[in-house]
Design a protein around this ligand. Structure first.
Ligand code: ADP
Ligand code: MG
Length: 592
């Protein structure tokens, strides 16, 4: 985070246009409104600068010269009109800006979500969900601040300050220059302040992230913490981070507490200069009293944005860092944009072939080495092997989450790349180790992508998947699933996942350790459902319990990314190799 911001330090001055260009599609629909808002900023600043100028006229031409009441009333009405107009324009300017900002952020958040959900699975290997969540929440919120206000407010402040300085020079250059002598001090103050507060600001943000992390980690690990009686240790760790956050916050407050009175002091110095030098010039008849009064108003007006600017500068900086993080995600190519997918028609998967497939997640660590196998409709392949031997990686390739480094995957005898991933995935069902159920009803969970599946088909899928428990113990298809799949047990969750696989009548069905978290009763149920699902389809069954793969037509024993043994269960047993040893071990059981 801090590094992101450091990189940005240089960019803020030149304003990164690449960043803006990438966000432009989200801004464009509201560019017209924003331009009107910008125009109003100019007008409001102009009117604001006009007010002290009119005060001067009022004093010099009407009060000092006692011009009588009629012109004075006309002038007063005009004065009031200017102030009222400024108020109205200010209102519409703020309204337009807030409206556009909120709309931009609305679109941006949806855009980010829809982009993220299409990213290749490999992207999520290197990014924790916590950090991605903060993209859609706090980063977008920061952007919100940037659009709804900061940029335009900063701009408004600058316009106002320049306008004020111009008006002062125009009224009386000598007095203006005398007041401007303070400006370098103000500039130096701002520079020191923004450097100091930026450091404090960054520390605070870092500590907030640490607090979040510590909190969520403790919650997800609550059972471990309580059973190991380590609550105190976690509490003291949390206290330490929390204390550091407090100290960074206090540092920030001290910096502000020092800066704000300092700016106040400088503003008073300016007023003193005006009073002293102004009276000298009034007495020399070089300027009028009205001008001196106007100068005092201008000085006050000038110092207000100075305070704002320095505060907003920090916010702008963190917004830009957020913008950059968001753009980074938006710049990643989604799955279907990859150049290596074709658009050949695919109605049914009848054969699947791996030909000399080599694969690695990282360049230098081969995970699969020259894997070759082939299967036809109605056939099942079981894959066994130690944890880390590459079994799930085979599935990652079949599902198109990753691409092989070399070798080819063939579907119906044709290169896999000829088909779009969408078409291939439509024909595949994947039942994984952790049954994934989303919050919502069981019906919604089964009909995920296609809401039109009729109840009859659904009931059929549930029956085939041995889901009668849903009727018996819960409320059938309308059972409400909460976070983490509650209230179903893990065996029940898996059966619902199998029903989901049934509902779409896939050609290729994959089970990746689908029964590994289960008691033998649920396992039996799942096995039974699996058997039904495998009929007349291609199926790949990964398991470390050999009883699960035993009925498969062919079994591949993986060892360190290679197929070490292959054949039917009987053939492998006869070889008396690794498979044989594994079976022996499993027979002896856990307590050998
Ligand atoms: N997303 C990933 N990124 C990097 N390495 C991975 C990833 N997934 C698995 N691996 C590594 O690849 C090897 C094979 O993993 P995997 O196919 O999951 O094995 P299995 O399913 O047989 O337990 C392991 O060494 C594992 O650490
Ligand atoms: Mg695995």
């Amino acid at each position: 985070m801090a590094q992101d911001e450091k990189k940005l330090d240089g960019k803020i001055k030149g304003m990164d246009f690449g960043l803006l260009m990438r966000l432009w599609p989200f801004i464009r629909p509201y560019a017209g409104l924003l331009s009107i808002s910008l125009l109003l900023v100019f007008l409001v600043a102009g009117l604001d600068v006009l007010v002290p100028f009119m005060t001067q006229k009022a004093i010099d031409q009407y009060i000092m010269e006692q011009a009588g009441s009629r012109p004075f009333i006309v002038f007063g009405a005009f004065f009031f009109a200017v102030i009222f107009l400024s108020f109205v324009m200010d209102f519409f300017q703020a309204l337009l800006m807030e409206y556009s900002g909120q709309k931009i952020v609305l679109g941006l958040r949806t855009g980010l979500f829809s982009h993220m959900i299409d990213l290749p699975v490999s992207y999520f290997d290197g990014h924790s969900s916590g950090r991605l969540v903060s993209r859609v929440t706090s980063d977008i919120e920061n952007m919100n601040e940037m659009f709804t206000g900061m940029l335009l407010f900063l701009f408004k402040d600058l316009v106002l300050m320049i306008g004020i300085m111009a008006a002062m020079l125009w009224m009386d250059a000598a007095l203006a220059l005398a007041v401007f002598a303070v400006v370098p001090l103000v500039a130096a103050g701002i520079a020191v302040f923004s450097t100091l507060s930026r450091t404090a600001f960054r520390t605070i943000r870092k500590k907030v992230a640490e607090i979040n992390h510590s909190f969520s980690e403790s919650i997800s690990g609550i059972k471990v913490i309580q059973t190991t009686d380590s609550a105190d240790a976690f509490l003291s760790k949390f206290k330490k981070i929390n204390g550091e956050h407090y100290q960074a916050g206090m540092r920030q407050i001290k910096i502000f507490a020092l800066f704000m009175p300092m700016i106040g002091f400088l503003s008073t110095v300016c007023v003193a200069i005006i009073i002293y030098y102004g009276s000298v010039r009034i007495m020399g008849n070089e300027i009028s009293l009205g001008i001196a009064v106007a100068f005092i108003s201008y000085t006050k007006m000038f110092f207000r944005p100075v305070r704002d600017l320095s505060e907003k500068f920090n916010m702008l900086q963190s917004s830009l860092a957020s913008a950059e993080r968001i753009v980074k995600v938006l710049n990643l190519a989604p799955v279907e944009d990859r150049a290596d997918t074709g658009s050949g028609p695919l109605n049914v998967i009848e054969t699947l072939t791996f030909k000399d497939i080599c694969f690695s997640y990282h360049d230098d660590e081969p995970v699969l080495k020259e894997i070759s196998f082939s299967m036809d409709k109605g056939e099942s392949i079981g894959i066994v092997g130690h944890t880390g031997s590459g079994k799930s990686s085979v599935i990652n390739l079949v599902s198109g989450f990753y691409r092989p480094v070399s070798g080819t995957i063939l579907i119906n005898g044709m290169d896999y790349k000829r088909f779009s991933l969408e078409k291939i995935r439509k024909r595949i069902a994947l039942v994984m180790q952790d049954p994934m159920l989303f919050t919502g009803s069981v019906r919604e969970n089964i009909t995920l992508p296609d809401r039109d599946v009729g109840d009859e088909l659904l009931e059929q899928a549930l029956a085939q998947a041995n889901c009668s428990f849903l009727q018996e113990r819960y409320s059938g298809l309308d059972t409400v699933i909460h976070e983490g799949g509650r209230p179903l047990s893990s065996g029940e969750k898996q059966l619902v996942c199998i029903a989901r696989a049934f509902a779409f009548d896939p050609d290729l069905i994959i089970f990746d350790e689908a029964t590994s978290y289960m008691d033998s009763q649920s396992e039996k149920q799942v096995h039974d459902a699996m058997k039904k699902l495998m009929k007349n389809r291609l199926s790949i069954v990964i398991a470390h319990r050999l009883s699960t793969v035993k009925p498969c037509d062919r079994i591949l024993l993986f060892d360190n990314g290679r197929i070490k043994e292959s054949g039917t269960s009987e053939e492998l047993l006869a070889m008396e190799g690794d498979y044989f040893k594994l079976i022996q071990k499993e027979k002896i059981g856990f307590f050998q």
